[in-house]
Each structure stands twice: as structure tokens, then as C-alpha cells.
Design a protein around this ligand. Structure first.
Ligand code: NAP
Length: 260
């Protein structure tokens, strides 16, 4: 039987999807600092994932790079199995991997809709379902879904992304209720504008420089600055901590003001 250290079973691991860069990489570093052994998942950016693992190891933590497309059939299950085999049972899951394929609804191709729903929503559901089995058995678990301020509000050009993120919020609340008595919490963080590659691509689509985009965005944020990946990582660290054991089914907006 596992010895319990402040509630968290020893050798528990945390899987962070899409941790080769941006918000996911910051979450992986923060959870490693909190003592989790972290699975750093990536889809294509192997160098980024290796850099995340190296940064964690240099800071005295433990991490494993895990290649895999979460939107592929069985992709999530393979990741959970690989991490459990290499380091220990996955008792924290952060569904962070995400893509945007923007366009007005009238012009959106089926493929743009399907890719965004598959990565941002369906993959998070399947991973959560598959990870819950081990968490329930251990009577301990943390699931954190990375949604967006765009989920519950209108944002022209993002019907696919908004649908996926709103779905993620509904899923978070429902599954949180279902597993509340099993020692598992399920929460969501909804970021506002965070300076990452995703926003760099948004700026490129708008044909403006990244700096111009960030300056314009910062003017609309009440605190007067753009968010950084660590702002989101701090919120995820809280949800995965013992301090949050009585917090479930919540959405924390991290957006520099009321819902961005
Ligand atoms: P990012 O810099 O574009 O990074 C996205 C990450 O997701 C990369 O590590 C990428 O892996 C991974 N990924 C994408 N598709 C994947 C797949 N099918 N399987 C596995 N990994 C996959 O984006 P970010 O800004 O850090 O966004 C992280 C999350 O925050 C996303 O869910 C996003 O929707 C959400 N968010 C971001 C903002 C923002 O302003 N940046 C605001 C609200 C919400 P590879 O690079 O290896 O392909």
C-alpha cells in the first residue's frame, strides 16, 4: 500500500498534454517544482519538449518527454500507459493541448471544425475518462482543463474554438460532480490573452506584428498587461495542490480582470 504524503500517493505522476512550449511547458515546470513527476507530452516539437524536460531536471525535478497526438484514436490511452510504466500512476491530468483554426462560420471548412473539436474537447474527454479509472482506484486525483475566456462569450471568427472551450467547461462541472466522492477534483482554468506561439499565429493571420498585437491586447486588459504562461501555471499548481482538495467543478478566469 502506498504511503501517503500530504494526501498525494508517493510516485504519483502528472501528465501535461501539449507541454513542448507556451502554457503547457510552464505548467509542467510548475508541477515539477511542486514535487510531481511530470509527463511532458508533445505532438511535433520534440526539441521544445526536450528543453522543458531539461529545465525541470536542472531545477532538481523529474520529467519524461512523451510523444503523441492526443486527437488520434487511442492516443491519450497510450500516453497514460507509457507514463504509468515509466514513472508511476497518473494521478494528475492537465488537458492543455489545443489548436485554433479561425474563420467566420460561413467560411469554416469541416476540417477546421473537426480538428479543433477533436483536439480541444474530444481528446480531453477521452483522456479524462481513461485517467479517472486509476484515480478512482487510488482514491486521489486532480484533473485540470485549460479552457478560455472565449468559452462562455462571443468571439467572431472562433465558433469552433468557442464551442470546444464552452464544452470543456460543461464537461468539467459534470465530471467533477460524478467523481466528487472519490477523492478526485476536476477544475478548469480559463486564460485570457497569454503571450505564446498561439497568439503569434493570430497576429500573423491579422497581418500585424506580434508586438503590435500584444500592445493592442494589453490596452483592453484591466491590469494593463498581457498574461504570461506562468500566470496560468500558478492557477493549475493551486488546483493540483492539497490546498485545493475542497475545490471542484470550478472555472478560474485568469485574464487580468473580470473574465478578460
Ligand atoms: P501553443 O503555444 O500553440 O502550444 C500548443 C501546445 O499544444 C503545443 O505544445 C502543441 O504541441 C500542443 N498540441 C497541439 N495539438 C496537439 C495534439 N493533437 N496532441 C498533442 N499536443 C498537441 O498554445 P498555448 O497558447 O500555450 O495554448 C495552450 C492552451 O491554452 C490551449 O488549450 C489554448 O487553447 C489555451 N489558451 C491559450 C490562450 C492564449 O492566449 N495563448 C488563451 C486561452 C486559452 P507541438 O508544438 O509539439 O505540436
Amino acid at each position: 500500500m502506498d504511503r501517503f504524503v500530504s494526501g498525494r500517493p508517493e510516485h504519483a505522476t502528472a501528465l501535461v498534454t501539449g507541454a513542448s512550449k507556451g502554457i503547457g511547458a510552464a505548467i509542467a515546470r510548475a508541477l515539477a517544482e511542486d514535487g510531481w513527476v511530470v509527463g511532458v507530452n508533445y505532438r511535433s516539437d520534440e526539441a521544445g519538449a526536450k528543453a522543458t524536460v531539461e529545465a525541470i531536471e536542472q531545477a532538481g525535478g523529474r520529467a519524461v518527454a512523451l510523444h503523441g497526438d492526443v486527437s488520434a484514436n487511442g492516443g491519450g490511452q497510450a500516453l497514460l500507459k507509457e507514463l504509468a510504466g515509466e514513472a508511476g500512476p497518473v494521478l494528475a491530468l492537465v488537458n492543455n493541448a489545443g489548436v485554433a483554426r479561425d474563420g467566420l462560420a460561413i467560411q469554416l471548412e469541416d476540417d477546421d471544425w473537426d480538428a479543433v473539436i477533436a483536439t480541444n474537447l474530444s481528446a480531453a474527454f477521452r483522456l479524462t475518462r481513461d485517467a479517472l479509472r486509476g484515480m478512482i482506484k487510488a482514491r486521489y486525483g486532480r484533473v485540470v482543463n485549460i479552457a478560455s475566456v472565449v468559452g462562455p462569450r462571443a468571439n467572431a471568427g472562433q465558433s469552433n474554438y468557442a464551442a470546444a472551450k464552452a464544452g470543456l467547461i460543461g464537461m468539467t462541472k459534470t465530471i467533477a460532480h460524478e467523481v466528487a466522492r472519490r477523492g478526485v477534483t476536476v477544475n478548469a482554468v480559463a486564460p485570457g490573452f497569454i503571450a505564446t506561439e498561439m497568439l503569434r499565429q493570430t497576429a500573423a493571420r491579422m497581418r500585424i506584428s506580434f508586438d503590435q498585437f500584444l500592445e493592442g491586447a494589453a490596452r483592453e486588459i484591466p491590469v494593463g498587461r498581457i498574461g504570461q504562461p506562468d500566470d496560468i501555471a500558478n492557477a493549475v499548481s493551486f488546483f493540483c495542490s492539497e490546498a485545493a482538495s475542497f475545490v471542484s467543478g470550478q472555472v478560474l478566469y485568469v485574464a487580468g480582470g473580470p473574465k478578460g
